[in-house]
Every structure is written in C-alpha cells, then in structure tokens.
Design a protein. Structure first.
Length: 257
C-alpha cells in the first residue's frame, strides 16, 4: 500500500522520483524497486530520513515495534508522520516515536489504481498547512474523507478498508451461481463483472435511491423478486451487516493492543 501511495504521488507529478526515499529490508524487493527506478532505495532507517518532509509508516502493525527505535532516533519535529497501519492509534505512535505531528489514515486496495477511498484523522499538533498538503497527496490515490474523531478510523477499516474483500466475496458467489447454471467460468465472470461495473455507474449517475434502483429491476412476481425473497430467508443483509460490525470490533481490539 505504501508503494501505491508513492506511485500515485509520482504519477500526478506531486513528488519527483528522486525525492522518494524507499526503505525496504528485503534484498529481493529492494533490488526490484531499484530496477523499477521507483525512487532512492535503501535497506535501513538512517539519518537521511530527516531530509524529507513526510514519513509514511507502511508496515504491518506487528512490525511497528521493530522500526520505532531507529525512526525515533532520526525523525525531526517539523516532519509529518503519516501512518497507514491498521489498529495502531496516534497516541501510541506519538509515544513510541516521541513525535507529535501524526496523521493516521486507512486506505483500501483500489488506491493502487487511483480509485481508492481513504479516511484520515490528525493529531492536534499537525499544522493546518501540513494537513492540507498531506490531504492533497492522499487524494492522488482516489478520494478521501477527513474525520474529526480518530475512533471512526476503526469503522472506516471495517467498511471501506476491508470492503473490497466483501465485494469480491459477492462476485465470487455470483460467478459460482453462473457456473452451476451451465456457463463456463470465463463467461460467468464476464457477465458478473460487467453487471457490477454498470450497476456502479447507475448508482453514481441515477438520481434514485438504492431502494428505487432495486425496485426498478425487481418487477412484482418476477425473477429478481424470487431471488430477493431467498436472500431475505437467508438473512443475507443482516449477515453482511453483522460481518462488517465484526470487522469493526476486531479493529477496535487491535487499537487497544
């Protein structure tokens, strides 16, 4: 996800490649990034970090502790730390790094195509100008929403951060239904993918509510109504909501360590 951010910054000419310092411990991954000319690639956190305005923390939450000491030794007060780690609150980042200007964000994987959505919150110490500059950078990956309450990041994690997996889950089930009805997997996948794409554009462009859009397809006594009734029997809607709330609960647990 960190590379998705970096590539978007470069793509929209917000940051020059020579102004990107990429820290990658894996020798194999480091060599690949160097070959791609993705930026200046190094394998350890060192004094050079202090030369940059923005430090992006893009490591697994369980790896955060391993980078704290080295980063705390070189980071400067004027720098902004942008964390895209799940579950680690700003207060913990501030404490472990002894650093005050922290922004916490939760993107999702469509950011790799510049079609993501990112919810973000900022510590009180982040200067307004810095907040606007970071927001501009985040928007290169798609769209963003600023949250006054950091606690809502856990809800963002559950709804849009994990959301692509829910979407793929539904698509997979629909493709399987097509396969069971006699289509080969390729044809079923094409039918479902194009249906999802077109439906998304209708949501975005039709001046109708979701209920109205459903009613426009589900004529009384028809095939769509038969499917929707079966969804209700299986409590599909309630199950999806319950699953998303479970994701939120897990995000809250991670935030508490």
């Amino acid at each position: 996800m960190g590379m998705a951010f970096a590539k978007s910054f470069v793509k929209y000419d917000l940051v020059k490649q020579d102004d990107l310092l990429l820290i990658e411990k894996s020798a194999e991954r480091s060599a690949a990034l160097t070959a791609e000319k993705a930026g200046v690639v190094v394998d350890t956190i060192g004094p050079r970090v202090a030369e940059y305005d923005l430090v992006i923390l893009s490591v697994k939450p369980q790896d955060f502790a391993s980078v704290c000491e080295a980063l705390a030794a070189v980071i400067k007060p004027h720098q902004v730390v942008l964390s895209i780690m799940a579950g680690i609150p700003m207060s913990q980042i501030q404490e472990r790094l002894q650093h005050r200007q922290v922004i916490r964000a939760m993107p999702n994987t469509p950011a790799m195509l510049g079609l993501g959505i990112t919810g973000f919150a900022a510590s009180d110490e982040v200067q307004v100008g810095n907040l606007r500059r970071v927001e501009n950078l985040i928007n290169a990956t798609g769209r963003s929403i600023y949250l006054d309450d950091e606690a809502m990041i856990d809800a963002v994690t559950a709804l849009s951060g994990s959301g692509p997996a829910y979407f793929y889950y539904v698509v997979k089930a629909m493709v399987e239904a097509g396969r069971q009805m006699g289509f080969d997997e390729g044809v079923a996948t094409l039918l479902v993918k194009q249906t999802m794409l077109g439906s998304f554009h209708l949501i975005n462009n039709a001046d109708k509510s979701l209920d109205d859009l459903i009613k426009a397809v589900a004529s009384k006594g028809g095939t769509t109504e038969a499917a929707l009734r079966q969804f209700e029997v299986g409590a599909l809607s309630e199950t999806l909501v319950s699953g998303i709330r479970a994701a939120q609960t897990r995000a809250q647990e991670l935030s508490k360590g």
